[in-house]
Design a protein around this ligand. Structure first.
Ligand code: AMP
Length: 234
């Protein structure tokens, strides 16, 4: 059966367990929010876990977290063992009967293999891996123009998703910043790392019959509509 036709017989009211794949800047985080609202699933974004850890007082950061933050700031991947340990702990959670949405994990083949073991142990069947696709020039423009709220995590863009007041978060009024890893040098490292370590996951999940490709649209809503179509839910 093809990856898409597998979805033809999806029962109504089904609980969904997804992975979102895609280069940094394609808008996975926004799609994760929209999907979470629609399906009520538990969202786990490993990038958010590290950004939240970075805000903790240094005295509360474990050595593994301090090391992870230094990798993140340079645009490099955090070591597999650290990320897998965090995900293993977070996925041991009764809330997961609502479904699961993984954003930013797995990022390497060893992480995908570890995830497969964790999901088996927790009895969570994976339904689909959504792979978001966008031409590289647009990825660069989106990442370079992204501005983020350091308090609530809301994301804006200097051209395409401007806040109501320039430089200020619409949701909580905090001054927006450019993430360390959205600066040009870190962007270059992140995209190279994506090609080398994460892009092989597309073939990995395709072979397992789980991959669903979604071409990103002009707006998050357009991409979301395409996602629902690809899942045969629209
Ligand atoms: P993201 O917000 O998903 O782009 O993640 C921000 C940063 O957190 C990445 O550039 C990595 O440094 C780190 N990170 C997030 N998820 C992972 C992962 N699955 N494996 C390794 N590093 C990760």
């Amino acid at each position: 059966m093809s990856d898409q036709s597998r979805l033809d017989s999806t029962p109504a009211g089904k609980v969904w367990n997804f992975i979102l794949l895609g280069a940094p800047g394609v808008g996975k985080g926004t799609q994760a929010e929209l999907l979470t609202k629609r399906f009520g699933a538990v969202q786990l974004s490993t990038g958010e876990v590290f950004r939240a850890a970075k805000k903790l007082p240094v005295s509360e950061q474990t050595p593994a977290i301090k090391e992870a933050i230094s990798y993140m700031q340079a645009g490099n991947l955090v070591p597999d063992s650290t990320v897998v340990a965090i995900v293993r702990e977070k996925l041991h959670c009764p809330e997961l009967h609502r479904g699961l949405l993984l954003d930013g994990f797995p990022r390497t083949v060893p992480q995908a293999e570890a995830l497969s073991d964790i999901l088996n142990t927790e009895n969570i069947p994976l339904d689909a891996v959504l792979s978001y696709e966008l031409p590289i020039e647009q990825v660069l423009e989106r990442l370079g123009g992204r501005r983020t709220c350091p308090k609530c995590g809301a994301s804006f863009h200097i051209k395409d998703r401007q806040p109501r007041v320039k430089g200020i978060c619409d949701q909580c009024g905090t001054e927006l910043i450019q993430r360390d890893d959205d600066r040009p040098e870190a962007i270059r490292v992140r995209l190279e790392t994506y090609d080398r370590k994460t892009a092989p996951l597309i073939e990995y999940y395709q072979k397992k019959g789980l991959l669903i490709r979604v071409e990103c649209g002009e707006t998050p809503q357009e991409t979301f509509a395409r996602t629902l179509q690809a899942l045969k839910l629209a």
